[in-house]
Write a protein that binds this ligand. Sequence first.
Ligand code: ZN
Length: 417
Amino acid sequence: MNQERDDLVATYLGLQGFAVVAVVHEHHPRRGRVKVVRIERRSGQHECSECGRRHASILFTEPEPIWLRDCSVGDLETYLEVQPVRVACCGGTRVERLPFAMPGFRMTRRFFERLAALCTRLPVSAVATMATLSWETVARIDMRAIELGLGDRTAALTDLRWIAVDEVSRTGGRQYFTIVTDLATGRVVWIGDGKGRRGLLPFLRALRAKGRRRLRGVVSDLGYLTIIVARLPHAVHILDRFHIVQWVNRALDELRRRLFSAAPRDALGSTLKVKKWLLLSARENLEHKHKLLLNDLMEQNLPLYRGYLLKEQLRAILRHPWKYFGVLRERLQEWILAVFDAVLPEFKKVADRLAKHLDSVIAGHQHDVPLGLAESRNSQIAALRFQARGYRDPEYFKLKILQRCGLPHNPWARIVL
Ligand SMILES: [Zn+2]
């Protein structure tokens, strides 16, 4: 009868194979009143923690019991207290494996998993407060959970065909990561430190000759072009539309600033100062009243109007689903000539670059690769950075990016609360 009752309690607590021998409240020097569930192994078999082999005989029982933090039962922090045994195995003495314990952490697996699940939705600091754990401990849990979810990723590198390479700011400032995305799945497959050659070289090495040979094309900005041409001579290079629109937006903003510093401090001057977003927004996304305001601004300033038209024209060319690439080439060349006619030095740089890399721009339309991916990923990463207020540990930030943009599914998404 007693044994039946003990089993019932153990089943209720999810500790099959163990018997609950006592539940006591204790005063912990740092954590205050806590609940301690003392358990003992029911069956005679003990698993080696290293190889998993089962042993009926034991060498000795550990002199001190261990405490494992568990999900709270009732309204107190709860700990499982267990005295593990040592077995003779793997050429020495090994401590037994406790099926509910999370290796490397003084907590149960289910407690670990719940914290890991919370970390996918909340900042580490919030989870740490909820669990009354340190920021460092929760961060370590989160990192381990992501590593477990990711598994071994180097094996998949040889299957890559089309990739996007992009730099993202690590801190919001001048420190960068190089992010490699598999365009077939949209998943981030590699994160390198730094940008340009330094950021990409370790990835190209990890690919090995076989992976490099199989790679058919790379979408990237110009910063990666030299190394791509040198190391992947047979791969198609595609200039991302997103980056070209960035160039032209930057040119328009430089023009705005030049005109502003020359403008009298009247209505037009102040409008030029504050309406940067108005100029740089995609026109189709503007509200009607903002379009009217933009029209006003344009009427007052011809060079700005010309610059704005050039930006919108280039965007329209790049967005059009071209079937005849000869026509696309013509349109781009016409745009380049229009820039020279407009005598806007800010745009001339863009036109020069486009003229030099025309094939890479057109390649983006010739091959069926999802452009615009960099844009959405950059905003995802910026949101992560904001959420974390800049991760102190770059490796941790990398794992967070991989978790958000690299996992096929979130393994911690369906944790029972
Ligand atoms: Zn063993």
